[in-house]
Design a protein around this ligand. Structure first.
Ligand code: ADP
Ligand code: MG
Length: 257
């Protein structure tokens, strides 16, 4: 896989997020800095509670940091109220397609939703997107509950691609799925990222999953980055004891892909 020392698309520096839980502060992020280059497939790995989803929510402008800076294509997004430019260019796929898809909406409207929200033309885009994610055109008239978990994640991916983003963010996109369909969805994501030359920010608790789709990885532990590098080097020779522990967890996808 090529390495991308190219133009930085995402530059995060000194990012902190403190939540309050029953008056006790929870330090979800403790000064995270990272850079993602144009076209890079950037993985973030860490066990549950390490701050991965918090980081992605801040990156997508869905939450505000306690301190720190996030630049997208050179523009600061922290503290900005108009994030339209970000919504056009960066889209997210969440972990659980059951809760991320509105059960009362037809697939047609779910997939078109980001376009409608941005005031962009829908035209024949829904059929095109369904085809790209391997669903029949007839899926458009149906509702999320009429599909399997893997198919629902395909719908969520179609929706994310609708506004032709340059960056795709995925938060544990296969963790809620049946083990038997995880490989298909990961391959689909990888193919779409290739086909559209997307920059990918991909979060998982499983380094073997990250290794399948990413070229570089950052390891998070307890709100901090403990190690970063090319995914094959980190896989072959983890430097930090925490990464070594993560790798001792069974590589669930080996043999399935
Ligand atoms: P991950 O995605 O790696 O599992 P999260 O970013 O979801 O980690 O959580 C990091 C830490 O922040 C955890 O201790 C979690 O309980 C806490 N946290 C996350 N969101 C909130 C919230 N909205 N309110 C309070 N604590 C939160
Ligand atoms: Mg999470």
């Amino acid at each position: 896989m090529p390495s991308h020392a190219g133009t930085p698309v995402i530059e995060i520096s000194g990012l902190t997020r403190v939540y309050k839980r029953r008056r006790t502060p929870v330090h979800a992020l403790k000064g995270v800095s990272l850079t993602v280059g144009q076209g890079e497939r950037f993985g973030i790995v860490g066990e549950s509670g390490s701050g991965k989803s918090t980081l992605l929510r801040l990156l997508c402008g869905l939450d505000r940091p306690t301190s720190g800076s996030i630049r997208f294509e050179g523009q600061e997004i922290v503290g900005r109220s108009n994030l339209r430019f970000l919504r056009e260019k960066l889209q997210i796929v969440f972990q659980d397609p059951m809760s991320s898809l509105d059960p009362r909406m037809r697939v047609r409207d779910i997939v078109a939703e980001p376009l409608v929200a941005l005031g962009l033309p829908v035209g024949g885009r829904v059929a095109e997107l369904l085809d790209e994610v391997g669903l029949p055109a007839s899926a458009a008239e149906r509702y999320p509950h009429q599909f399997s978990g893997g198919q629902r994640q395909r719908i969520a991916i179609a929706r994310a691609l609708a506004p032709r983003p340059s960056v795709l963010v995925a938060d544990e996109p296969v963790s809620a799925l049946d083990v038997s369909v995880r490989g298909q969805i990961l391959n689909l994501l990888a193919d779409l990222v290739d086909a559209h030359g997307l920059t990918l920010v991909f979060v998982s608790h499983d380094l073997s999953v990250v290794r399948h789709v990413c070229e570089s990885v950052t390891v998070m532990h307890d709100g901090e980055i403990v190690e970063s590098g090319p995914v094959d080097s980190v896989w072959a020779a983890p430097q930090h004891p925490y990464t070594q522990t993560l790798l001792q967890a069974v590589p669930t996808l080996e043999g399935l892909l």
